[in-house]
Design a protein around this ligand. Sequence first.
Ligand code: MOS
Length: 739
Amino acid sequence: MKFDTAAGQNPIDAQTVVGQPHPRIEGPLKVTGTAHYSYERQDAPSAPAYGYLVTAGFAKGRILEIDTRAARAAPGVIAVITRDEAGALQFPGGGTPDYLAGDRVQHYQQAIALVIAETFEQAREAAFLVKTRYEAEPGRYDLAAFAEGDWPKLGAETNEMVSKHAEEIGDVEAALAGADLRLEQRYSTSHETHAMMEPHATIAAWQDGKPTLWTSSQMVNWAQRALAKIFDLEPRDVRVVASYVGGGFGAKLAVQSDAVLAAIGARQIGRPVKLTLTRATIMNNTTHRSATQQRIRLGARRDGRLVAIGHEAISGNLPGGREEDAVSQTRLLYATDNLLTSMHMAHLDLPKASDMRAPGEAPGMMALEVAMDELADALQMDPVELRIVNDSQTVPAEPERPFSGRHLVECLRLGAERFGWSARDPQPGQRIEGDWLIGMGVAAGYRNNIQRQSAARVHLEPDGRITVECDMTDIGTGSYTVIAQTAAEMLGLRVEDVTVRLADSDFPVSVGSGGQWGGNNATAGVYAACVVLRRMICDRLDLPEPDTRFAEGQVSSGATSMPLSQAAAAGRMTAEDKIDYDKDLSERYQQATFAAHFVEAAVNRWTGEVRLRRMLAVCDAGRILNPVTARSQVIGAMTMGIGSALMEELAVDPGAGFFVNHDLAGYEVPVHADVPQQEVIFLDHPDDKSSPMKAKGIGELGLCGVGAAIANAVYNATGIRVRDYPLTLDKLIDHLPRP
Ligand code: MOS
């Protein structure tokens, strides 16, 4: 199905099932331990051998020798595989380090060998017996050094730093010079790790030269294509299954060493291999979100209207990698005639930086929305009003290009009313309750909505049930449930009448889980397949399609009504289609999602300890397919925002070049005790340009801006403006107001 014009009225609008608060249909499997995650698949071949990684103990340099003799002689060891023994492999290169280093080591804990043994413990024991001789070289590990002194010139490049994006509309310098009020500040965010609950894990088996991987992946099709390339196979010869995934947050978009090395190992020994990365290996062996350095310049008139916005950022990565694009949303959020955005990427010899939930926007909104709070403060203007007067219904640099739907102002106004914003004292440090300083903060939230092709297959079974198949993943987000709701709505059934089979590369290629695009696009693909199936059913039953209704298990037209199952009485009926977006629509309309975040924070007036009290997010994300699963996405993202604002930081050892706090004891993420009352309000504005579902992304929106609302609440409580995140108590304690 081509989607090239705004959606008209369609069966989803009935919202009999879609839009209803249905609990997750795979929930019972998860709470009874019968949803099998990759490492414990019961349907994978039995008697697998166990793999364990040997990783580099230095960040950069050359391996002179890997001595595997002791490891090979250890009890239970089946094989020790280094790059020399791994056979021909075509790793992608560029910013992706080789999954199995040869003599060049690109980052600390890069895999250099795989030990395979009869048990996990034997493999681990033997891994510690592998001895390496190496020649380390000095590397660059400090991003902050690139932002010292003068800010890099627009588009300037050096050997150590490349320009990824540089754009200026109007004349920012001149507009700043003429502004009634100017603000220039620098901000920094930390390296972060995904810390999803389920570690990377794979079982791999080969048969007749073709591998099957049961692996924890967000993107089954990407994994299939990557593995095909690595082993020089046709994609169809690689099977990837990822039925249940215990979180990803971007860590599982691309295949990691667990999948690649399990497959290498299984091929080598002619036996299935299972391989998980230990928690302490994940932070340095896999990818992370790069730290950022940011400079923001704002110029405003007395009435708060922005006359200039400059947002420049630097992130780090291995050469050839991607930037953490912290400035992209700034081109889209606020109206101004003079706008400068630039993104530099510095060469660091740390592990590869890559996508983490809301890549770019998460750290970018952190800085931009604190800067807006600083501007409001300088203008003595309410920060909610400052955002409202600078709203833009069109893309600031392209006045003829409107947003398909933008209700940021409504988010802000409704949120202010519900949160009791009028009780906030604009003067910081005024509200004291015992040992606690109390403050409120606000920030806008912004994240793009992305349209991507997605296919699905639907079967009408002889008993009248529906089966849906596509390679979509459910990474804890509710994909199974919203897909079942979509098929149920389209065929006039209940959710219980639909079986959903996901995340197998044998099924049609869906959009996968990433970029908050999964929910809207995957269900739109199911919608497209259901449209075909409805037509086939009408043909079979000899009913005129336009007048036929599907409801309560019946197919009806005029006075004729018969059970849906009748259409498949002679055998299963199968339809397959995809949603295929015309570029024209996304070129004519900018698609995005919006939020307003409100936070009330308490800061201990003696210790600087920050305790959040209340959080509210008002979200504008098109039709909400399921308010229960959508709310879970938003409060999960808000919780992640607490982490990035107050605690999460991968600390770099500046000499050795690795992340020191590589476990969940040292890398702190919020626990339940850190999470206060959280409320989510969804605006009800279906977006007819987004898809036939009229839905948009929600999974990353909840993270964008929430950290800034926290920092702004801490400022309102204490009068202390921290611009270096996370905002830990050591950054407050020396500056707390003295009574
Ligand atoms: Mo998200 S970082 O695109 O999984």
